[in-house]
Design a protein around this ligand. Sequence first.
Ligand code: TYM
Length: 372
Amino acid sequence: MPKYTVTPWKVEGEVDYNKLIKDFGTEAIDDKLLQRLKKHTKDLHYMLRRKIFFSHRDMNFILDEHEKGNKFYLYTGRGPSGNTHLGHLVPWIFTKWLQDRFDAELWFQMTDDEKFIFNPKLELEETNKLAYENALDVIALGFKKGRTKIFADTDYAKTLYREAIKVAKKLNVSTTKAVFGLTDSDSVGKHFFTSVQSVPAFLPSALAGKNIPCLIPLAIDQDAHFRVTRDIIGKLGYYKPGILHCVFLPALTGPKGKMSASIAESAVYTTDAPEVVAKKIRKYAFSGGGDTIAEHRKKGGNPEIDVSYQWLRFFEEDDKKLEKIYRDYKSGRLLTGELKEILIEKLSRFLKAHQANREKARKVLDKYIIKD
Ligand code: TYM
């Protein structure tokens, strides 16, 4: 039995990403694929260089079509159950780069319905409100106006429902039990939900009356939905979406599992004030350092498990700076406390700009939102 769990609703334990590739039946993003991508993008995003995006489905098909002039659109999303945390930003930062490099349209789904159905403590009014709060984080990252459509499921229901029932008609409960581990005691809402998450993977094609390739960047926890989607919409005559999977930004409290909104001290939120971020990191960031300064200087630290270093891999774009931090920490020259201050400085700058952009986004929110 694996020592970890990866499902859309739970990530626990020390995830073996190479094993996940085998278990989920995806493909590793290898150098050949990176070189092929680079022909189109000119450079490689640091998340590709660092194998933060490490796995894919059908990326070669997406590029085949692109090279034939059949351009893809991007699709990703968020389940609005609370404030956005730094982990959510990881696939979105990368999606923004893809939008820029390929001038691709982005469809962004806010599953207020999902979070209402799955979370016994949340009312629909709250998840719906959170959808629009979370949308500010998406816009703050700089997605293009006019090329980005954001929708909350319950406010775009007329369009989505017509297509969701076509998926639902082909989705058996035996599948939702096998893929998601749902049981007879789970609500019909849970069994139905993946039909809704499937829709944006073919909606632009359905609306245009022709097949348009779809590319979905996400963290690998969401893959299960799209295993179902790919199977069913293939039968409906649509292209199967391509997928790019990333690893998880770890929780602040330890390198295992993922940052999760349900454990407050494990996460840094985009709305956290700089003092709060600094305090959280100083107090909770899991250390890969020695027990004493003397021991650390002698034996060095372990950047592979040190959360401050791991977070810098996701947010420090400069390879040279990151390599130096790695070397200094491993050799013992850099102490855990000093490493934490580097992270605090980096995140404070990032969040200051993000929070300013987030406020500006309020004024243009309606330019991004679609409803029916
Ligand atoms: P949600 O809200 O759980 O997560 C939103 C996106 O963030 C990714 N993610 C992470 N990435 C890196 N490190 C982490 N610690 C971390 N935690 C979460 C998720 O994989 C996801 O990409 N049902 C979905 C919403 C959704 C969606 C989609 C997601 C609707 N359509 C299409 C991706 C693609 C959800 O609840 O995501």
